[in-house]
Design a protein around this ligand. Structure first.
Ligand SMILES: Nc1nc2c(ncn2[C@@H]2O[C@H](COP(=O)(O)OP(=O)(O)OP(=O)(O)O)[C@@H](O)[C@H]2O)c(=O)[nH]1
Ligand SMILES: [Mg+2]
Length: 371
């Protein structure tokens, strides 16, 4: 379960006096909240075709899948006790077998709609006499699962313009926002992009320190103000600094908030409005971080964040610590939002670009031998 922090103050106008950045002094004019919006820049393609898993599937298939397999091991175990026993069993498959599959999918947090779609597809195959117990049935299940996930496999590609490309990271308490930002900073820096972080979680000192640690580790500057400062002012200031320095990617952290707390959701809306004064299209990505372990609750979080502030991509974290990795199917089916990244551990390298094939492979590969 997750504990949500208590209410913060209502959003107000961004502070007219930017505090000097804690780790990286601002060399840009302070946020006056009245700066004229910059000329609109071309809107980046939000989601190019889903054709870019992390590495070419042919050469790195086993490595990539191996990593996902390790990350999804707990979810896979709960599958193997159920689905594989049915599909790989000796007996002929019938509607009762598919009902058992249905139960197993529901238990794995796949959700009602996505389960119906998967089982519906299997039932059609059964009625066409195309479903026999064994490997073929498992491959049919793989095909149904891929059909659900492939549409949401939309990598986040940083286009050549605008600069900075701004990623606003949001989510409930403890979802993995700051950690995901640290991992992203490493990823983009390794790709040769200049990165800056904005410590928009001003609620507690530890949040700023945590971000600064990731900044130091990855040698990327962090723009921060004192604890309790206005989050929108920090982000505004950071965007100005990033712009003046020609930074490629600015990633803004925010405090965790309960998706049902309208005042805190309004605060996020304000962060977005304030950014838009500098760049009408910023943030170019609003990345919602969801803890897979929250199961169906992650789905309602996604719905409400999407409604309140708009979400352009999802990072699903902590898959390594949960058996509820099936939630991705529910999210894909119910929301259709691009899934950008999956988190399979706490390390900097444990953020993977989402690949439907790798994900489903992580759940199903090796099942026949394991069963
Ligand atoms: N095992 C595992 N742990 C993770 C992953 N992502 C984040 N964590 C851990 O989850 C905990 C919370 O992560 P944070 O990044 O601080 O979460 P947050 O959303 O920034 O939290 P608040 O700022 O309090 O709202 C930390 O202990 C992280 O190390 C992941 O993919 N796998
Ligand atoms: Mg945080």
């Amino acid at each position: 379960m997750f504990g949500f922090r208590k209410k913060k103050g209502d959003p107000d106008k961004p502070s007219a006096e930017s505090q000097p950045a804690a780790s990286q002094p601002s060399d840009a004019p302070s946020a006056d909240g009245e700066s004229p919006p910059a000329a609109p820049e071309s809107r980046p393609g939000a989601a190019p075709a889903a054709d870019a898993p992390e590495q070419p599937a042919t050469s790195a298939r086993s490595g990539l899948f191996g990593r996902m397999r390790a990350g999804l091991s707990r979810t896979r175990e709960s599958f193997s006790r159920g689905v594989a026993d049915v599909l790989l069993g000796e007996k002929q498959l019938d509607t009762t077998s598919l009902e058992e599959v249905e139960t197993q999918l529901l238990l794995a947090d796949v959700g009602v709609e996505a389960t119906q779609q998967i089982v519906g597809g299997l039932t059609e195959r059964l009625s066409r006499r195309e479903l026999e117990a064994g490997r073929g049935a498992l491959e049919a299940l793989r095909a149904e699962m891929l059909a659900l996930l492939q549409p949401v496999e939309q990598p986040l590609v940083i286009p050549p313009a605008p600069r900075p490309f701004v990623i606003l990271v949001v989510g409930v308490n403890g979802a993995g926002k700051t950690t995901t930002i640290g991992k992203l900073a490493r990823r983009y820096r390794d790709e040769g992009l200049s990165v800056m972080l904005a410590a928009g979680d001003t609620f507690r000192a530890a949040a700023v320190e945590q971000l600064q640690q990731w900044g130091e580790r990855n040698e990327v500057p962090v723009i921060a103000q004192r604890t309790g400062a206005d989050s929108a002012a920090v982000v505004f200031d950071a965007l100005q600094v990033a712009r003046s320095r020609g930074v490629d990617v600015l990633i803004a952290d925010t405090a965790g908030r309960l998706h049902t707390q309208s005042n805190l959701m309004a605060e996020l809306a304000k962060v977005k409005r304030v950014m838009a004064r500098i760049d009408a299209d910023a943030p170019h990505e609003t990345l919602l971080v969801l803890d897979a372990g929250n199961g169906q609750n992650a789905l309602s979080q996604a719905r409400q964040f999407a409604e309140a502030i708009g979400v352009t991509g999802i990072a699903l974290t902590k898959l390594d610590g949960t058996a509820r990795g099936g939630i991705i199917f529910a999210i894909a089916r119910a929301l259709g939002l691009p899934v950008r990244f999956v988190g399979v551990g706490e390390g900097a390298e444990d953020l993977r670009g989402f690949s439907a094939e790798a994900y489903v492979g992580g759940l199903l590969d090796g099942f026949d031998s394991a069963a």
